[in-house]
Design a protein around this ligand. Structure first.
Ligand SMILES: [Zn+2]
Length: 192
């Protein structure tokens, strides 16, 4: 199946989900050419809003915790523990929950690192996301045998900041977050 690109998002709905009329049209909103649908027969409106995620850059004495993705999008590339925010959840809560689910461990406390936009296509449907990143320094995590959720990740690795495989990081927002973590931890990038 070919991926639906951002410019074709308006073709996702061919009929109004409320009244089944074919007179449903996609239109611009918030500077995005195809963002909301309006049914001209019954007035139904739907906004394809931004999805939120929460993730954690975990720094250890052995390096930064990276997970090799077991599924698309970007199967085989590396990311940090995290995932989409559930209804009635904050970004920090989501980050901690996903961290526990994905590596069998979560820190006691996390610090805000930054928030960056991203695009994420799942099952052919493109989503705009707002990815919020936190950081923690967890010496003990480097000594644990972390257990990956094999549905999500192939393996967990510890990578020194000097050796981050930048072109193999799954998403631009994750690259920006790891760069920011290294910037505020300048000592972590030096082997001296
Ligand atoms: Zn309708």
């Amino acid at each position: 199946m070919s991926e639906i690109t951002e410019t074709r998002i308006g073709a996702l709905f061919k009929f109004c989900p409320a009244c089944a009329s074919p007179n449903i049209h996609c239109m611009p909103s918030g500077g995005i050419p195809e963002r909301k649908w309006v049914c001209q027969d019954c007035g139904f409106q739907y906004y394809h809003n931004v999805a939120a995620s929460g993730s954690i850059v975990v720094g250890t004495a052995r390096g930064i915790v990276l997970l090799e993705r077991a599924k698309d999008p970007r199967k085989g590339t590396f990311t940090v523990p995290g995932g989409f925010v559930n209804p009635n959840e904050g970004t920090g809560e989501a980050a901690l929950r996903e961290c526990l689910e994905e590596i069998g461990w979560a820190p006691d406390s996390i610090h805000y690192l930054g928030s960056y936009p991203n695009q994420y296509t799942y099952a052919g449907v493109p989503y705009w996301t707002c990815d919020t990143y936190f950081w923690t320094d967890a010496t003990e995590a480097g000594e644990l045998s972390l257990q990956v959720d094999i549905r999500e990740s192939t393996r967990v690795v510890f990578v020194h900041p000097d050796s981050i495989p930048w072109n193999m990081i799954s998403f631009e927002s994750t690259r920006r977050a790891i760069r920011e973590y290294i910037k505020i931890h300048p000592q972590s990038g030096s082997r001296d």
